[in-house]
Design a protein around this ligand. Structure first.
Ligand code: ADP
Ligand code: NG1
Ligand code: MG
Length: 460
């Protein structure tokens, strides 16, 4: 932790949050017979623009949301982690502090906790971690692109740090959580963990990586961001969709690096390739068009171009759950990444300069982002595309999928004076059409403002 990298704050529970925390405290007391020593709160996030580019090294533009994961915690003397959930769909889990296993092939809810826990143990070289009694309460819609997984991992990490009397800076713990969430199997970037720790109320952030840095972005006055969940769930760790995209970007990068006479084994991110070549994003798009063909590449073709066997390719470029993938779309994936990276900087520039038609321009960038996600990156799904179309028809200046996609949420930018009308229209046109969606409308359709980052709460 450097001087400038301050740890997450410790504060009293705000009055407005008391009812929820009182209930959680009672649940804790009923279960363990003692009071919790402290609570950790870690928020979910909505990404305004910059999808599937963080793991390629590119900057993204998220803000934290109000929905969060909270853990009530107290140390115990049993040498065990005992973890229960206020949602009875998640059964209690317990293990010895020195015997944890994370099963990538079958990710279960408590494995996300163990990712954060293991990350801290390794990072701080903790030899005798304390046993913990824990109750978790989450309000982030799950598997919906609002980062419930990272909120859980970050909450687990901060709980582990605090209970063991340690401290980590926000940047340090965010970087660490980005790495340790990969124990679940997804080869994600660092967006979710970064905004979870670095968020500030009222501010969207431009998040840059390597080194991690978050800069305030002033969103235009007179617009509100509305989230709507398609109610199609996509669990990123239990499927291979996410890692296939990561691997496709890697292969696109390595083939272009080889074509340019670079050491392709060392260059795994499209952003690193651009940096090494010293070219602009526009030139990177041109390079993609000239080197890669739009048709899918078979694994044999990739191996031939790189001059490696299938076994070697597995080592240099693939993940455990992409070993049997037979073909890769490289041209379209790389075109998405470079053009989306450019849209993030265009978005930031418009926010900085605030021209008279700023919100229309930002809306257009959001729409272009969705089109690119849908057609080039193929990470949307029919229900989500339909929802995005409805949002545009209902008055949004821009609308797009947010998070990894293949389901989950759309984020729409809506003129502030039309928000209620917009919400009513989407309620009728999307949710009222299906009883299963209608039943979930309250937690699925809501306006949001930039929320604050992870915090440790004390009772008094
Ligand atoms: P997301 O887009 O929400 O991050 P992921 O597929 O990455 O979706 O992670 C979702 C997983 O995170 C869930 O399947 C579950 O295992 C875990 N999770 C999230 N929120 C909770 C919660 N409140 N309680 C238990 N597990 C949770
Ligand atoms: P979600 O959908 O919240 O699981 C994932 C990744 C992000 C980023 C986005 C797509 C993790 C923990 N999260 O988010 O890093 O790549 O997809 O932009 O891997
Ligand atoms: Mg996730």
């Amino acid at each position: 932790m450097t001087m400038a990298d301050t740890p997450p704050p410790v504060s009293l529970i705000p009055q407005g949050k008391m009812p929820r925390f009182s209930t959680l405290k009672e649940t804790f007391v009923a279960k363990y017979g003692t009071y919790p020593e402290f609570f950790v709160r870690a928020p979910g996030r909505v990404n305004l623009i910059g999808e599937h580019i963080d793991y390629c090294g590119y900057s993204v533009l998220p803000m934290a949301i109000e929905q969060d994961i909270v853990i009530a915690a107290a140390a115990n003397d049993s040498g065990k982690i005992v973890l229960s959930n206020t949602d009875s769909n998640f059964s209690e889990y317990s293990c010895a502090t020195d015997n944890i296993e994370i099963d990538k092939s079958k990710p279960l809810w408590f494995h996300y906790f163990l990712c954060g826990y293991k990350g801290v143990l390794e990072h701080l070289s903790l030899k005798n971690p304390k046993g913990m009694n824990l109750v978790l309460d989450g309000t982030v819609p799950r598997s919906a692109g609002l980062s419930s997984s990272s909120a859980l991992v970050c909450c687990a990490a901060l709980t582990t740090v605090h209970i063991n009397g340690q401290q980590m800076g926000k940047v340090e713990i965010a970087d660490m959580c980005a790495l340790c969430e990969q124990y679940i199997g997804t080869i994600g970037g660092g967006m979710d963990q970064a905004i979870c720790f670095l968020a500030e109320a009222g501010k969207a952030k431009l998040v840059e990586f390597n080194p991690l840095k978050a800069t305030n972005v002033s969103l235009p006055q007179g617009v509100v961001f509305v989230i709507s969940n398609s109610c199609v769930e996509m669990n990123k760790a239990a499927t291979s969709h996410f890692n296939i995209r990561v691997v496709e970007c890697r292969l696109a990068c390595q083939i272009m690096a080889k074509e340019k006479g670079l050491n392709w084994r060392e260059i795994k991110k499209l952003g690193d390739l651009q940096k090494t070549l010293g070219i602009t994003l526009e030139d990177a798009i041109k390079l993609t068009q000239s080197v890669l063909h739009p048709e899918p590449y078979s694994k044999e073709e990739v191996c031939n171009i790189l001059g490696v066997s299938a076994e070697e390719l597995a080592q240099t470029s693939l993940s455990q759950n992409t070993l049997t993938v037979a073909s890769f779309k490289l041209h379209d994936r790389a075109t998405h990444v470079y053009s989306e990276a450019k849209r993030v900087w265009d978005f930031k520039k418009i926010c900085d300069e605030q021209p008279h038609n700023a919100s229309e321009m930002l809306g257009q960038l959001m729409n272009d982002s969705h089109t690119s996600c849908r057609d080039l990156y193929e990470c949307s799904c029919p229900d989500l595309d339909h929802l995005v179309d409805l949002c545009i028809q209902s008055g949004a200046l821009g609308s797009r999928l947010t998070g990894a996609g293949w389901g989950g949420c759309a984020v729409s930018m809506v003129p502030a004076d039309c928000v209620q009308e917009f919400i009513t229209a989407i309620q009728q046109k999307y949710y009222a059409k299906d009883p299963a969606r209608e039943a979930r409308v309250k937690e699925s359709l809501f306006a949001t403002v930039p929320g604050s980052g992870a915090v440790i709460y004390k009772w008094d």
